[in-house]
Design a protein around this ligand. Structure first.
Ligand code: UDX
Ligand code: UDX
Length: 463
């Protein structure tokens, strides 16, 4: 099929490369000239494992342009995957979606095209986009569209760091439209993934036992709400285990054991029960805020989703409180933060807990040193003030430090020679904000080991 994707961010680029890999002729449009030049050069403007390899493998089916006139006219399916950043009132900013929809309408030429919202948009946006397309089409073509296009929703559930695997081997595909022809076309487009009939890329083998993918083919509003309901539930699950972790810390229970025992219940499931400093990223915060904003338009209270946000927010200040418990004074202390990306395997810093923790420590008068094995360059661009505290060498984070906070569970930090660094610290104290380190090993070599909730474990030498 002929596919066009507007926007080459995480969602747009991953979707484009995956569809091209399946053999669909895919044209990617982005207004950012530099991104298009980079992509034409065979390189990825974002850090995402395997994306560059697949970009090369699928290059014969990929075209990159800044021109709507190149991608839209003959397309069977046009995906809109532009950013919908959060406004102060919690609602997503839809200006980019509006201008993309208007440009798409202007260049539609085919007999029938499905225009798909791939961006995370408030419930009801499908109808809104339909109205914009209709109005713009009439303005540019001088006549009504008369069934030449229809709008659909196809929310994505990809996670950064595993975006391609989540796209080629998803738990489900959700399509929503009030137009049957659109649902049929999208069903056809995704057939290779639904049947798992494609030859897997060498870099991304098919998970064992995977033979087909469920399709949720539904109406527009339900598809739009599935996206928010799913993300809010994942955020909720993480905040829930962090709330349980606080109780575990007081009653002397091991929260990871509690998570394992709880997650084995098939109705609950083991994933997304990792306690720690809480969630970040471009989605959970924005999507929970948008869901609350939508509900409030109908005067509906959302105490559960609101609580998930509050618990998550408090996790960040709790890090400083934990250090205060141990160090008694924060002012003048040197604290090292390992990990700036909101999670491993990405350089994305959006709503990263580490950034809030760094700012909170500075406000309390601490000296901080920051490190990330991958996101440092992006950090310098996006956080120029905090970047003054960046250290290129991990040993500089430990040197003369009163405490280390692990904020992102990069394997790089798990595999560090922790014994070598302990003697360089003023006091070998580590707060493992992601439960990713081996407490026995660290206390053996002389560290005092902390997590967000459990009592501190002193160095073996002191026990
Ligand atoms: C529950 C737990 O499921 C079980 O693990 C525990 O050991 C005892 O308590 P039960 O009380 O038999 O078991 O009820 P369950 O079938 O889980 O349902 C509880 C109530 O929730 C019912 O009224 C059911 O109608 C309702 N329910 C269940 C929903 O409203 N929605 C659902 O999705 C599931
Ligand atoms: C999320 C959703 O998972 C994905 O389906 C949706 O499409 C986009 O938003 P992403 O933001 O890339 O994906 O990251 P995810 O892997 O979900 O992690 C989000 C945050 O939760 C990270 O900060 C991570 O560290 C944290 N997290 C995750 C926990 O604290 N505990 C967990 O158990 C899992």
């Amino acid at each position: 099929m002929k596919v066009c994707v507007v926007g080459t961010g995480y969602v747009g680029l991953t979707t484009s490369v995956s569809l091209a890999f399946l053999g669909h002729d895919t044209t990617c449009i982005d207004l950012d000239n530099q991104k298009i030049d980079t992509l034409r050069g065979g390189h990825c403007p974002i850090y995402e494992p395997h994306l560059e390899a697949l970009l090369e493998q699928a290059s014969s089916h990929l075209t990159f342009t800044t021109e709507y006139a190149v991608g839209v006219p003959d397309a069977d399916v046009v995906f809109i995957a532009v950013q919908t950043p959060q406004l102060d009132n919690g609602n997503p900013d839809l200006q980019y979606l509006r201008s993309a929809a208007e440009s798409v309408a202007q260049h539609l030429r085919g007999d029938f095209t499905v225009v798909v919202n791939k961006s995370t948009v408030p419930i009801g946006s499908g109808n809104w986009v339909d109205a914009i397309l209709r109005e713009a089409y009439e303005r540019h073509h001088g006549h009504r569209p008369d069934g030449r296009f229809a709008v659909a929703s196809n929310p994505e559930f990809l996670r950064e760091g595993t975006a391609l695997a989540d796209t080629l081997y998803p738990d489900r595909i959700v399509i929503g439209s009030d137009n049957q022809k659109s649902l049929d076309l999208l069903n056809q487009l995704y057939r290779p993934i639904l049947n798992q009939s494609f030859t897997p890329p060498t870099v991304l083998p098919r998970p064992a036992g995977m033979s087909a993918v469920p399709l949720v083919s539904t109406d527009l509003a339900s598809a739009e709400l599935i996206k928010y309901a799913a993300n809010a539930f994942l955020a909720l699950k993480i905040s829930y285990i962090n709330e349980i972790a606080a109780i575990a810390g007081k009653v002397g229970a091991d929260v990871r054991e509690v998570a394992r025992g709880t997650g084995l219940d098939a109705r609950i499931g083991p994933r997304f029960l990792n306690p720690g400093i809480g969630w970040g990223g471009s989605c959970f915060g924005k999507d929970t805020a948008a869901l609350i904003a939508t509900a409030s338009e109908y005067h509906l209270p959302t105490p559960i989703v609101t609580a998930a946000r509050d618990v998550n927010h408090r996790q960040r200040t709790k890090v400083v409180d934990r250090l205060l418990d141990e160090l008694h004074i924060i002012k003048g202390r040197k604290v090292g933060i390992l990990g700036l990306a909101f999670k491993p395997d990405t350089d994305d810093l959006r709503d990263s807990p580490a950034i809030d923790i760094a700012n909170l420590l500075l406000e309390r008068g601490a000296r901080i040193t920051l490190h990330d094995p991958v996101a440092a360059n992006r950090f310098r661009r996006e956080q120029p003030t905090l970047a003054e505290h960046l250290a290129d060498r991990v040993e500089d984070v430990f040197d003369d430090a009163d405490a280390i906070v692990v904020a992102t569970e990069w394997s790089h930090y798990r595999d560090l020679d922790w014994a070598k660094f302990a003697p360089t610290m003023r006091s070998p104290l580590v707060l493992d904000g992601r439960h990713c380190l081996d407490a026995d090993r660290l206390t053996e070599i002389g560290y005092r080991y902390l997590t967000m909730t459990a009592p501190a474990i002193p160095p073996r030498s002191q026990t």
